[in-house]
Design a protein around this ligand. Structure first.
Ligand code: XMP
Length: 388
């Protein structure tokens, strides 16, 4: 065991050896693995591949909620460790079930139902009675706590996968935390690009298409998100991305007065009327308004304004600082960048405003329908990293 591993109190080789032995003891005839290209699902599949070889059927489901050009790119990376991986296009089925749904939890639940319905169909077609899942410890801790519906957590919330969907589940990573999964991934030869990828929610861009879902909104988000991901690659954030919603605002006079008094600045506070965001309170999840601050604020106040807003209005889930606005367009793009070690708590990355303004410019240039761009200045807790 290397020194680093000893420090972490985790023996990678022993973990791999024992997992392979335990998986073999299950006497799996054929197992299906839906690999997303995230480090968790990939590592789980590669571990099971090591144990049962070609009895594993790895598939990559293109749900339509992946980032720009992601399915093809990820599949080519995955072929290095899962040579038989197959890309299956299921976009239309997801879009059909999710179109016009606006509630965050309902979207997650529908996504999960469609996901498992398709999976059980593929499992039957391929003669698989087992399903490999990349569930890790924080997934079921947060789901059990009611913070959100993780799409890959079944047994821990009392769903019997055999009865509901017709397969037994093998979850070789379910006691591990992210850093440990990365150690296992590297030891198994998973490509570094996959090991280092920033986390991406199971339901993908669906939870970043805040409020009502429809394909046009998703297409714009993909372009804006691609710009944000590329331009913030080098700022040292743990997770950074874009989210989209309708740019419809109502001014909150009372909150405006309060924030003006606190900051001494001539700002206005608005609430978005077509979008709500999620937050955490203790062990449970809340769903509240998203506020927008308009007006010049110096950097020190920028990262404190969240506190002022939520002291007065604790129901507000996220606070966004408006970076720029123009007269055409109807969508709002929020840029989110956080620093965290465990994703259970996170602070806002202090990105130089000049850099954020450049991102706005690029978004306006490439997305005609975007009317304004802002930066999310909400820490977790009380906000969540994602908006839904
Ligand atoms: P929140 O939004 O709860 O997110 O602060 C914490 C971390 O979890 C990721 N996340 C998910 N990961 N399936 C996943 O595998 C999901 O359904 C899911 N939802 C959120 C999120 O991106 C962040 O890194």
């Amino acid at each position: 065991m290397s020194t680093l591993q000893e420090e972490a109190g985790f023996d990678v080789d022993k973990f791999i050896e024992e997992s392979v032995r335990r998986i073999r003891e299950l006497n799996i005839d054929r197992a299906l693995a839906a690999v997303s290209g995230g480090v968790d699902s990939t590592t789980a599949a590669v571990l099971v591949y090591r144990a049962i070889g070609d009895k594993l059927v790895p598939v990559f489901m293109d749900t339509g909620f992946m980032r720009l050009n992601e399915p093809e790119h990820v599949c080519s990376l995955l072929r290095k460790v899962l040579p038989h991986i197959e890309l299956i296009d299921v976009k239309e089925e997801f879009y059909r079930e999710l179109i016009n749904i606006d509630d965050a939890e309902t979207k997650r639940k529908i996504f999960r139902r469609v996901f498992y319905t398709i999976l059980s169909r593929i499992a039957k077609e391929r003669g698989c009675s087992w399903l490999v899942q990349g569930t890790i410890a924080p997934d079921w801790i947060e789901t059990r706590g009611g913070i959100k519906t993780q799409h890959n957590v079944l047994e821990q919330i009392g769903l019997d996968p055999k009865r509901e969907f017709g397969f037994k589940v093998v979850e070789p990573l379910k006691e591990l935390y992210k850093d440990q999964v990365r150690m296992v991934a590297r030891r198994l030869g998973v490509p570094e690009e996959i090991v280092k990828r920033q986390p991406f929610p199971g339901p993908g861009l669906l939870v970043r298409c805040v409020g009502r879902f429809y394909p046009e909104k998703l297409s714009i988000l993909k372009i804006a998100n691609n710009i944000v991901e590329k331009m913030l690659e080098d700022v040292g954030a743990s997770q950074w991305f874009a989210a989209i919603w309708e740019d419809e605002l109502t001014i909150d006079e009372e909150l405006t007065r309060f924030v003006r008094e606190k900051t001494g600045r001539d700002v206005e506070v608005y609430l978005f009327s077509k979008a709500r965001g999620t937050g955490v309170k203790g062990d449970s999840r809340v769903y509240g308004p998203i506020a927008l601050i308009r007006g010049k604020l110096p950097e020190d106040l920028l990262y404190r304004v969240y506190l002022y807003v939520t002291t007065r209005r604790p129901d507000i889930a996220h606070v966004i600082y408006e970076l720029d606005r123009r007269s055409s367009g109807r969508f709002f793009i929020a840029i989110r960048a956080v620093i965290t070690s465990n994703f259970m708590t996170a602070r806002v990355a202090k990105i130089p405003l000049d850099k954020l303004y450049k991102i706005c410019e690029k978004i306006f240039e490439n997305c005609n329908e975007v009317s304004a761009v802002g930066y999310d200045v909400s820490p977790k807790p009380p906000a969540t990293i994602e908006f839904e």
